[in-house]
Write a new protein. Structure first.
Ligand SMILES: [Fe+2]
Length: 499
């Protein structure tokens, strides 16, 4: 329920909603609380388009279809269709995709893009022709240029662990493309980042540090965004009759946010809220959503070797620091007591079904987190299916971590040698907290420190952890259907033929 692009520069997470999740839309506050908030703070939303993200490759707890999209286009505060992640079906003209895009366009709203493929040929052109008019998945300068050449708006992204502005801003600063076709965005942000570094203000500062003219960076976060979403008659300029959503700053490069006005009301000064945010009482069915059946044991995470092999070649999900895509790797692993486990840089990963209590567990391998010792980390934030993902070097620790999340109703937990080192409770749908922002951020920072204590030296690798089940970003992911080769949009075998 956090907007990808907000035309106002944020001073950071001052509210109570900490975990950013595209799929949390289903639990969005409605009614009086939302109206109270809306009187001061504007939150616009894009209707999710892809639950599941890729039909047939995953099972979600809830499905969104064309009728849902058509209805939502009439709701206040819906400014478009959220990222069309199922790009193969858009390219192939699938009925469902067309039936979601059509009512969005009829309502005069924006169809958001997500073309997470290096392809720039006919399939890419077909995707653009299908309706998506922006994209935030570019990672290279040529990605930004090719999107703008196709008439899209290129969203340059700086999340907690997605560093895609520096590599693409040169399309403006060096290649001279018209910056009006570029927006800044954050995509996923860690609560610690929001509290201690900022949100869109962080992205603007970063763009400036990468050589962008400060006024152009500000335009990419304000008027360009308002124009793209058809809100320029209300937002994006300081003009009589427009909404007075403003920041005051004394330095256009360092960009200290000294005062914030929302709809003409002063709401924050020197980093502190000066108004009271109403508390939203979440409905009971938003809680206790971790339904995974019987308690897990180490045996649930055992990976039997095929046909009595003593050595196997396994497909391995390779983490890439500060990037959303993964690499499809292979590793030669030895067999002990008929089972294959993680070795060296290779750890085990499991997807634990948690919506329908099927008891299913899918096991695979992941590498480059750097974990050592006997540990496991589990999370119920797993875009966008939000099953439970467990990564560990030891099957007993994996079971302890999974069971702990069932006990607390979701969140993130890290275990080593039978002890819990860190826990972030996210009791609202297993995705969000209703605790104050600073309290959640402190726990999230403690989790990052505990990950480092277990050997992980990557920048904010929890963000990569939370995307390991997102089966629409190449190259290799995990789902309740198995190991997914996103380059082919197909389930693939865990073991590769031995050379
Ligand atoms: Fe995306």
């Amino acid at each position: 329920m956090i907007e990808r692009n907000h035309p106002v520069l944020s001073v950071g997470a001052q509210g109570h909603l900490l975990s950013i999740s595209r799929s949390s839309f289903h639990y969005a506050p409605q009614g009086e609380t939302a109206l109270n908030l809306d009187r001061k703070l504007r939150v616009d939303t894009q209707m999710p388009s892809c639950a599941p993200s890729a039909p047939g490759l995953e099972t979600t707890g809830f499905e969104i279809g064309p009728d849902d999209v058509a209805e939502a286009m009439g709701w206040p505060g819906i400014i478009g269709l959220g990222e069309m992640m199922n790009f193969p079906d858009v390219i192939n003209g699938s009925q469902q995709m067309l039936e979601e895009i059509a009512p969005t366009m009829r309502a005069g709203k924006v169809v958001g893009g997500h073309f997470a493929s290096p392809d720039r040929g006919i399939p890419f052109h077909a995707y653009v022709a299908g309706g998506p008019s922006d994209d935030h998945e570019g990672t290279r300068e040529s990605d930004a240029i090719d999107r703008v050449r196709q008439g899209m708006r290129s969203m340059l992204r700086l999340g907690s662990a997605w560093y895609d502005i520096k590599s693409q801003i040169t399309s403006i600063t060096q290649k001279g493309l018209d910056p009006r076709n570029f927006l800044l965005c954050t995509d996923d942000c860690h609560s610690g980042t929001l509290m201690h570094e900022g949100h869109m203000n962080r992205a603007v500062r970063h763009a400036i540090a990468c050589g962008c003219d400060p006024l152009i960076a500000l335009q990419m976060a304000t008027i360009n965004t308002a124009t793209h979403f058809g809100l320029e008659r209300e937002l994006g300029s300081v003009t009589a009759g427009w909404r007075a959503d403003l920041i005051l700053t004394s330095d256009l490069r360092a960009l200290p946010i000294e005062r914030v006005f929302a709809r003409g009301i002063s709401v924050a000064e020197a980093g502190r809220l000066t108004v009271t945010c109403p508390h939203y009482d979440w409905p009971a069915d938003a809680r206790a959503t971790v339904r995974m059946g019987a308690a897990k044991t180490a045996e649930d995470f055992a990976i039997p070797a095929p046909n009595g092999a003593t050595q196997v070649t396994a497909r391995v999900i390779g983490i890439v620091e500060n990037q959303a895509p993964t690499r499809a790797l292979t590793a030669d692993l030895s067999v002990t007591d008929g089972k294959v486990g993680g070795q060296g840089e290779v750890a085990q990963i499991a997807l634990v079904e948690r919506h329908r209590a099927t008891g299913d567990v899918v096991n695979a391998f992941v590498s480059d987190f750097g974990y050592t010792g006997r540990m496991a980390i589990a999370s119920t934030v797993a875009h966008d299916c939000h099953h439970m993902i467990v990564v560990g070097t030891d099957r007993h620790q994996m079971a302890l971590a999974a069971n702990r999340l069932a006990e607390v109703g979701g969140g993130v937990t890290l275990w080593r040698d039978g002890q819990e080192l860190a826990l972030v409770e996210l009791p609202i749908a297993g995705l969000m907290s209703d605790r104050p922002a600073h309290a959640v951020a402190d726990k999230a920072q403690a989790l990052v420190a505990a990950m480092a204590d277990c050997g992980c030296t990557l920048n904010n690798a929890y963000m990569q952890h939370s995307l390991l089940a997102l089966v629409v970003i190449p190259e290799l992911r995990i789902s309740d259907k198995g190991l997914i080769d996103v380059s082919r949009f197909a389930v693939t075998d865990l073991f590769a033929p031995t050379a």
